[in-house]
Design a binder for this molecule. Structure first.
Ligand code: NAP
Length: 494
């Protein structure tokens, strides 16, 4: 189904946002925060306030987790097919409203409309995929070695889940968790990011329209994350936490999870190496670098953060990349022809500028960009830095902006040592035409995902996740539903 066939003629963001419920969604009903307070959601391109959203606190959190608890038993016993059909209807509804949702995403998060449309399709696919997986949860049966017992292994929903998501993919980070949780038969308490709650609130109505029973999904928006999430973690009711966000907050939640020994899935930060070998197809590598670096303005955990390029091609690679970067149009993502929207906040912009200044002070050359754009707003120029020193600060932290630092290397061993010199291990990218080198380097890279001659790894069909301090568990693909299922084994004498 295409979106355009069903669209009203004049589709504008303000009209759509005015239709979104901005309360808390608890036990199947929209309600204001018990405190009566709200917080403002702004458009990062313009600074305009888009909406006031209910500002939940501990008392609201308590109502939400109690609702999830009451709903769990019956929900866990619904037929897999009925859960599957809810997800499939939600997929259809998401795609039929692709344009509206894209406008909401662009308004509150800033990414260009074309990228926002892509996010809706990506997000919706998690619902379609898990609608298909819901009916394929199997088990196991064996006979013990001595022949005296049957062992029957079954799968059961983990129980009520705490889901917490970041602002950079406001729809997809939610559906990547909600899809498998619904498929597995878990109930949910969900806290979306403070900066981008509107997309998640719009998603609630879609799931309700798709037939999700009351109490299964409970959403509490808040400006004080800890005041809502910590009571859930300490409730003794929630059996699992699935978090996407920074490693610092992930560690905090792991510590909280330990108090009730909760199952934990952590999708945390990255520091992706992008390695271009001497034999790489350079134009293909530049194409891949544009995707790996510039998707979401560089505000992605998968963003190529460090570009290690063989010295023999480093200058040429940097020049070609700079040419492509200089052709990008920076501006309000809602405007036609814009490829690069604003960063999420003034704080984010200042961080990017400080990282570039530090690299330049340590000897890097600015091949293109290197500053915020003229005028108001949180806009930063697409930037390529050449000859970056490996001890620069931006090599050791997520840049989360449109800045590509190019570091020359001489040997494979040096490239691997540089790439692995980080506590993170989410994703890596490798460009080479030599199959032996591809496997050799691929095995040595400490990452959960590797893009081999491609700049894109995010895919609902694949197990997304990292090693080291990039997280625990996998989202998407066949493995994603396992995060929401427990094993139970029955011993039966024969
Ligand atoms: P963040 O600051 O860690 O926030 C993520 C979520 O955690 C938000 O909902 C936030 O609420 C909440 N939170 C903050 N403090 C909390 C606390 N004390 N207790 C409970 N929840 C708390 O991360 P972010 O800046 O939104 O997102 C960027 C980070 O996410 C980057 O590090 C990026 O790499 C990572 N990320 C990882 C993946 C992945 O799949 N591995 C995907 C996307 C992003 P507020 O919004 O209210 O602060």
């Amino acid at each position: 189904m295409t979106s355009t066939a069903t669209l009203p003629v004049a589709l504008d963001a303000a009209t759509i946002i005015a239709t979104i419920n901005t309360g808390l969604f608890i036990d199947g009903a929209w309600t204001p925060a018990l405190s009566g307070t709200t917080f403002a959601v702004e458009n990062p391109a313009t600074g305009t306030v888009l909406a006031q959203v209910a500002d939940g606190g501990p008392a609201d959190a308590e109502l939400a987790i109690q609702a999830a608890n009451r709903a769990q038993k019956a929900w866990g016993k619904t037929s897999p097919r009925s859960r599957s059909e809810i997800l499939r209807r939600a997929y259809d509804l998401l795609m039929s409203r692709q344009e509206e949702l894209a406008l909401v995403i662009t308004s509150e998060m800033g990414k260009p409309l074309a990228d926002a449309r892509g996010e809706v399709a990506y997000a919706a696919e998690f619902f379609r995929w898990y609608s298909e997986e819901a009916v394929r949860v199997g088990g196991d049966h064996t006979i013990t070695g001595d022949g005296k017992h049957r062992i029957l292994v079954t799968r059961e929903p983990v129980g009520p889940c705490v889901l917490v998501t970041p602002w950079n993919f406001p729809l997809a980070m939610g559906t990547r968790k909600i899809g498998p949780a619904i498929a597995a038969g878990c109930t949910i308490v969900f806290k979306p990011a403070e900066l981008t709650p509107l997309t998640s609130l719009a998603l609630v109505d879609i799931l309700v329209e798709a037939g999700l029973p009351k109490g299964v999904l409970n959403v509490v928006t808040t400006s004080k994350a800890g005041s809502v999430v910590e009571p859930w973690m300490d409730s003794g009711i929630a059996r699992k936490v699935s978090f996407t966000g920074s490693t610092a907050v992930g560690k905090l939640l792991l510590a909280q999870a330990s108090r009730n020994v909760m199952r934990s899935s952590m999708e945390l930060g990255g520091n992706a190496p992008f390695i271009v070998c001497a034999d790489a197809d350079l134009d293909r590598a530049v194409d891949g670098a544009m995707v790996a670096k510039m998707r979401n303005m560089g505000e992605a955990c998968t963003a190529a953060n460090r570009m290690f390029v063989h010295r023999s091609v480093a200058t040429e690679f940097a020049a070609k990349l700079a040419q492509r970067m200089s052709e990008l149009s920076v501006g309000d993502g809602a405007e036609d022809g814009v490829n690069v929207g604003p960063l999420i906040s003034e704080k984010a912009l200042l961080k990017v500028q400080a990282l570039v200044d530090d690299a330049v002070a340590r000897g890097a050359s600015v091949v293109v960009g290197g500053a915020r754009t003229d005028g108001a707003g949180y806009f930063y120029q697409p930037t390529v830095l050449g000859n970056v020193s490996p001890d620069s600060e931006l090599m050791h932290t997520e840049i989360f902006g449109p800045v590509a630092p190019v570091v020359p290397f001489d040997t494979e061993d040096e490239a691997i040592a540089l790439a692995n010199n980080t506590p993170w291990g989410l994703v890596g990218y490798l460009y080479t035409q030599d199959i032996d080198r591809a496997f050799r380097l691929g095995e040595d890279l400490e990452v959960g995902m590797l893009g081999l001659n491609t700049g894109m790894v995010s895919n609902p069909f694949a197990p997304f996740g990292g090693v080291k301090q990039s997280g625990l568990g996998r989202e998407g693909g066949k493995l994603g539903i396992d995060e929401y299922l427990e094993y139970k084994y029955l011993a039966i004498p024969r």
